[in-house]
Design a protein around this ligand. Sequence first.
Ligand SMILES: NC(=O)c1ccc[n+]([C@@H]2O[C@H](COP(=O)([O-])OP(=O)(O)OC[C@H]3O[C@@H](n4cnc5c(N)ncnc54)[C@H](O)[C@@H]3O)[C@@H](O)[C@H]2O)c1
Ligand SMILES: CC(C)[C@H](C(=O)O)[C@@H](O)C(=O)O
Ligand SMILES: [Mg+2]
Length: 353
Amino acid sequence: MNLDIAVLAGDGIGPEVVDQAQKVSNAIAKKYGHTINWTPALTGAAAIDAVGNPYPDETHQICMNADAVLFGAIGLPRFDNDPSNPVRPEQGLLAMRKKLGLYANIRPTLVFPSLLHKSPLRQELIENADFVCIRELTGGIYFGDKGRDESRNTAYDHCVYTREEVERIIRLAYSYAMQRNKKLTIVDKANVLETSRLWREVGQGLEKEYPEVKTEYLLVDAAAMRIIQWPEGFDVMVTENMFGDILTDEASVISGSMGLMPSASIGLHTSVFEPIHGSYPQATGLNIANPIGTVLSAAMMFEYAFKLMDEAQEIKDVVNKSLAEGVVTEDIAGKDKAYGTSEVGDWLAAQIK
Ligand SMILES: NC(=O)c1ccc[n+]([C@@H]2O[C@H](COP(=O)([O-])OP(=O)(O)OC[C@H]3O[C@@H](n4cnc5c(N)ncnc54)[C@H](O)[C@@H]3O)[C@@H](O)[C@H]2O)c1
Ligand SMILES: CC(C)[C@H](C(=O)O)[C@@H](O)C(=O)O
Ligand SMILES: [Mg+2]
């Protein structure tokens, strides 16, 4: 197959972790007889510095023309620490999600048998944890009207959801639940928020179409607690944009490091594959960032975008081997026994022959 992939490496550790995912993808392509055409494109602070726009039109065209997009991370402290700056790297990520229609972000919570002892949670709580969060990605408070009043003493962010947006994402979540263990947890804040009451109403309307699935509703504060207390109780979780952002960072620590967690953003046009972590600016250029979240995002790309299941499985297998054999970065190994970011990528690619 010919695979046209846009590469938006972004800022901070983005380029370093994306490099490793490209090495592994190239090794897979070589083994299975595919040709990958990588097209790099600017985003985030790198794009602001180059052309003044965090998601330039040219980048959007490259994404639209690609079969899939591999995304690193965006964001830098010089923007985070200057709230008055009207142009920000994160706007590039949000513009990409909106313009590509990426309404669903699939974030699995993975537990690796060889890393059980690295989790801050006790082994018996997590050894059978295996759930996926379906995060709504193009609506809610991220995209509602926002601003300041004239005196600048008041700020607002509106949270808006349409029935159609909610129904689309909950239906998708039901389709995942049907393929998994047939349990769906709809996370909201229906005791306070009107948007959440719409989510609950839509969920209750759809329940009867999926009688085989056990549906439960959980308030987001209780969900945050349950992720730590009983993660094995979840199968598929679906929630709105901001709750999903927060809960998946929380859930990532179950695995031992946020640097391990991949995601797939799917929707109307092309799909984007991105680790859930950010640009981890303190680690930029130090060759210490964990590339596995991005490598596993590439595995999701082979599975979701190209339906190449053997290729995806082989990437997951070599990742498991690296974790079992201790070929890991310092977030997992500690400084003394750590491999560098690029050494992990080289090792993974070399296993694929
Ligand atoms: N999708 C994205 O591009 C994305 C996601 C989150 C944050 N951000 C941006 O990243 C910048 C930094 O944000 P932050 O510090 O809150 O979040 P972050 O995810 O960059 O880092 C938080 C912590 O997670 C750990 N971590 C993250 N990635 C890791 C990796 N690959 N290997 C090992 N450890 C890793 C580190 O301990 C780090 O201090 C901000 O500008 C933020 O807006 C971007
Ligand atoms: C950088 C930020 C806009 C982004 C989000 O909140 O969606 C990030 O935290 C993520 O999880 O991809
Ligand atoms: Mg996040």
